[in-house]
Design a protein around this ligand. Sequence first.
Ligand code: AMP
Length: 151
Amino acid sequence: MNDMTDIPAYDDGNIFAKILRGEIPSHKVYENDDCIAFMDVMPQAPGHTLVVPKAPSRNLLDADNDTLRKLLPFVRRIARAVETAFDADGITINQFNEAAGGQTVFHLHFHVIPRHDGVALKRHEGGMESTDVLEANADKIRTALKTTPKD
Ligand code: AMP
């Protein structure tokens, strides 16, 4: 157990920890010293991106303040680029905590999902997208990041 909360301790066998260690591939959009953004392989809409802090925490409940301070500006930067890249009408940010809260991967992350008026989201963890589509969408966001304000 984590001494800050009654949730279980962080387990570094989770899939995002493996991506962070380079043990499995991802469609990386951007990274800095503290955070990384990559495409969700089961997107709820084209351009669905995940933002992950590099420091280990299971979710928002056990994350330290320093991690959170660095994370939110990064989330916003990615959200702005996603909005530009997909000409979105809005952005949905999701963040789930523990299985009962909808969490399936137990390393803190934010979902950044472009939205268009009248278009419903696909089911969470619906179907796998092709590598070609994920890479093309990552590239759109990488391009948009070149003109997106950092702060
Ligand atoms: P959740 O923990 O419920 O916030 O959701 C975890 C998200 O991770 C889901 O949307 C999955 O589609 C996504 N996901 C699972 N494995 C991978 C992976 N290897 N690369 C990118 N996204 C993944």
